[in-house]
Design a protein around this ligand. Sequence first.
Ligand code: P6P
Length: 332
Amino acid sequence: MNLVTIERHILEQQKLFPEASGELTDLLTDVAFAAKLVRREVVRAGLVDILGFAGTTNVQGEEVKKLDLFANEKIINAIGQHGRFAVMGSEENDGIIIPPKNETGNYALLFDPLDGSSNIDVNVSVGTIFSIYKLKGDDPGKASISDCLQRGSEQVAAGYVIYGSSVVMVYTTGNGVHGFTYDPTIGEFLLSHENIVTPKTGKYYSINEGSYAQFNEGTKKYLDYIKEEDPATGRPYSTRYIGSLVADFHRNLLTGGVFVYPPTTTHTNGKLRLMYEANPLAFICEQAGGRATDGRNRILDLQPTALHQRTPLYIGSEDDVIVAEEFEQGVR
Ligand code: P6P
């Protein structure tokens, strides 16, 4: 059996881009390394009561951090120290992060260190999501927020790590989508899902129906439609909603399905974040043959104006996303 580590795969991918300087390879390798550090703590999360709850000190007298803050710190330190990223934006930090050694890095990293972290205490899968851009200018020392606020179509790489029954890292550099499963016996991410292609339609729809009262008429009509039983074939769709974006997205990517977080009365622009949730997952989804919009506009075409701005998100199997959009747009 040909065991391909993620580092080897990234190197092979780089050969497909003759003009590639190898920097992107180093970046992705750094991200994979940081993911291993985060995984080590996430899979021990159940031991927190032994190690001490966040805000307390554990038996070693160390301060116990909330896992999302821990993951944030690990990613910033593990990656920042290599000087390959000139600027970062994190879900956990209000402003941009300029790593101390940013004089050489020509890239910007946007990330959500541990999305869905509230699920950790009940052992539900959570995830790290990341997005990589080339700096707009050529002086890393002048990296700024504008290097972070680029359209999703400008991403040079994107990916996520899902910490579930197994830990899987999925990435794209614009040449297909590839998944790697972590093997703790050798401490490597090994190629397990080469060239992921998402089905054009699936049997799952993912939306928080508990928010029904906050939905607009289009979303309510969509829900009525998606539940209709076909007399001949019975129920065409099943609902699957874990409340952890990476877990819902990853399932639908592999099996087919649609995830919808629409505008609501409490989140008029949706709840999910454009820069480090919607954009990276949209890049992956399109590379796998799927579709990602805000109900009207392609996610990757949206011009960001703020680091933490939100967007409605309709993402997954192309045909299923189009149907959901048609209800949102009132054409159905
Ligand atoms: P709701 C988790 O808090 C999260 O950011 C995503 O991972 C998830 O898809 C969404 O929020 C769930 O939000 O409003 O349905 O509970």
